[in-house]
Design a protein around this ligand. Structure first.
Ligand SMILES: [Zn+2]
Length: 310
């Protein structure tokens, strides 16, 4: 208990450090989507995190270390960032066999996998495999057009073939430590996964529960399903939640998403029943919620999903 508490204290400290100074730069501001070397922090007895410093297109990267093997969660954008993740994993887990899992197949989470040596075992949910077959490098090409650095980072990047494919969940023995990877999509994407480290009560929640507002990023994104995924996350009773992006925290990310999605669902239902159009519903709910939830693009995505499902 005390060890977990220590981990939680550190996690909260990281969260505080990632406050105003590290907040997301305004749209159009310059940022470099680079994973920072030598910044890795230990958040619990078996878990290290390379923090994203709340930088857009940089994920929090996890390194979960057992006595025989380590699991890396997410890669960074392209092989240059993947190489940083690999080097940090080698430091946190010297001599261990490496496994890799991605929270979802968006480029900054997955397209650094090529930097890992061939013997690394890549684990994917069947939904991730299907999503890659469906959407390919569409988003990577969009990212490449956003800046010359993105284009450089993604030059030649392709999706690495999975070594292990699972349907609903996969238990991985790292040596004295078993972790569970669970397919929880469609939420942010069709192939969202979360990784649970029961011994440390640490949950890697992907984009399914974070401090920032949820992004409905796939045509398959589904609000009702997202709420059921939050039930799955809650049932684990995590002490520390490491999201894909933003500060490390705790179960308040899950309850925060539940409150947000429930409020939007209930209002969209009411307005649709009153005969409002989808655009009227987006305008009305956005006006009500934008002071608390300032990302109007993400608000609109959630409201449109709620309207369609009502
Ligand atoms: Zn994403």
């Amino acid at each position: 208990m005390s060890r977990v508490r220590t981990g939680l204290g550190l996690a909260l400290a990281i969260g505080l450090m990632a406050g105003p100074a590290a907040a997301q730069p305004p749209p159009g501001a310059k940022f470099e989507p680079l994973v920072a070397p030598n910044t890795t922090v230990k958040v619990s007895p078996h878990v290290w995190v390379i923090p994203d410093r709340s930088t857009p297109l940089v994920p929090n990267i996890g390194i979960i270390v057992g006595s025989k093997a380590a699991l890396v969660v997410d890669t960074g954008l392209g092989e240059r960032n993947g190489a940083v993740a690999l080097a940090e994993a080698r430091k946190a887990a010297p001599g261990r066999a490496l496994y890799l899992v991605t929270t979802h197949v968006h480029p900054e989470h997955d397209l650094g996998a090529g930097a890992f040596p061939p013997e690394t075992k890549l684990i994917r949910s069947r939904a991730e495999v299907a999503e890659i077959a469906d959407t390919g490098l569409t988003m990577a090409n969009r990212f490449s057009q956003m800046s010359p650095l993105n284009a450089e980072l993604l030059q030649g990047a392709t999706f690495r073939k999975a070594d292990i494919v699972f349907d609903k969940s996969y238990d991985l023995d790292l040596g004295g430590l078993t972790v569970r990877i669970v397919a929880v999509g469609p939420n942010h994407t069709a192939g969202d996964t979360v990784t649970w480290v029961p011994a440390d009560k640490v949950l890697f929640s992907g984009d399914v529960a974070m401090k920032g507002q949820p992004a409905f990023a796939s045509p398959k994104s589904n609000l009702a399903h997202w709420l059921s995924a939050l039930d799955t996350l809650d049932a684990l009773k995590p002490a520390i939640v490491v999201p894909s992006h933003g500060p490390v925290g705790g179960p308040e990310f899950i309850s925060g998403y539940r409150a947000y999605l429930t409020a939007i669902r209930d209002r969209a239902r009411m307005l649709k029943a009153q005969g409002k159009s989808v655009d009227e519903t987006v305008a009305a709910i956005s006006a009500e919620l934008k002071d608390r939830y300032p990302d109007t693009g993400r608000l609109a995505g959630a409201i449109r999903a709620a309207y369609a499902e009502s």
